[in-house]
Design a protein around this ligand. Sequence first.
Ligand code: NAG
Ligand code: NAG
Ligand code: NAG
Ligand code: NAG
Length: 300
Amino acid sequence: MAAVLLGLLLFAMQSPPVPSRPTADGRPPLPPTSLPTSHPNGTLQQLPKIIIIGVRKGGTRALIEMLSLHSAVAAAQNEVHFFDWESHFQKGLPWYLSQMPYTFPGQLTVEKTPAYFTSSKVPKRIHQMDPDIKLLLILRDPTERVLSDYTQVFYNRLQKHKHCQPIESVLVKDGEINLGYKALNRSLYYVHMQNWLQYFTLGSIYVVDGDELIRDPFPEMKKVESFLNLEPQINTSNFYFNKTKGFYCLRDHGRERCLHDSKGRAHPNVAPAILQKLYQFFHEPNQKFFELVGRTFNWK
Ligand SMILES: *[C@@H]1O[C@H](CO)[C@@H](O)[C@H](O)[C@H]1NC(C)=O
Ligand SMILES: *[C@@H]1O[C@H](CO)[C@@H](O)[C@H](O)[C@H]1NC(C)=O
Ligand SMILES: *[C@@H]1O[C@H](CO)[C@@H](O)[C@H](O)[C@H]1NC(C)=O
Ligand SMILES: *[C@@H]1O[C@H](CO)[C@@H](O)[C@H](O)[C@H]1NC(C)=O
């Protein structure tokens, strides 16, 4: 009897199949079409309506945690790497969908994979899935980001007992800034932004000021809420300053949590002359980025 009832319930809750939508450029849609799989408790897995596309070390973890304070938003647990890793992309949208959290129908799913921003094949692929998707890009001062990028790789290598090169020797080659250093390239924001603007307008991409989000999260999160057309819900009581850590922690329904300690790791000491060279190096690329997005940022 119970089994029959459950069967009927499951049957009643199955959503009709979503018709496959031809893409704007006439190409066939990504095979095969995704079907929402609903669960008896009323939740289902949904494709993201929001993607945090980067940048690596820009504050993407902080942003997705803060966004999750909103009851209409549900975040994927892990960095999915669907659009940038071929082995994942070949599994198709049903696999992507299977990585998403169970949510109620009105909720918006968000995933973050910081590597999307600097991968040139990703904008087209996301556009093919959903041309109306909302993209969030969180950026920090490009020089600070390079140092943070280096620091992460340094600690990862240290843990694996691998050799670590001092930062000076990767940043500078023959007295000049080393353009072959990948972390440097990732901070050339305008280069990557140009790829995205071939598929999306500025109305679909909101650039979050990562330096401001860390310094004073509430005003930045209000702007994010507004860009996503979310009902204003995140408020100042969701944040409190931890003096020991020197940055804000989150309060979610009385539960307090701070971001993982590695997020606040000290940067290497870089010779002032090299630091100066870096700031100078990024001056022009930064101007190009400001022109592209029609906005300036308070970068050194
Ligand atoms: C509903 O079921 C899914 C799948 O088992 C589970 O992950 C989710 O936590 C459940 N949600 C609620 C609100 O019960
Ligand atoms: C930086 O990366 C982009 C995108 O991957 C690539 O097209 C470009 O050639 C790189 N630039 C340099 C100087 O390595
Ligand atoms: C802030 O939001 C919480 C719920 O997240 C609510 O309980 C509280 O009343 C709100 N505070 C203000 C000042 O709106
Ligand atoms: C503040 O940060 C310190 C150092 O990381 C930590 O031990 C402590 O639990 C934090 N306090 C609160 C209230 O978050």
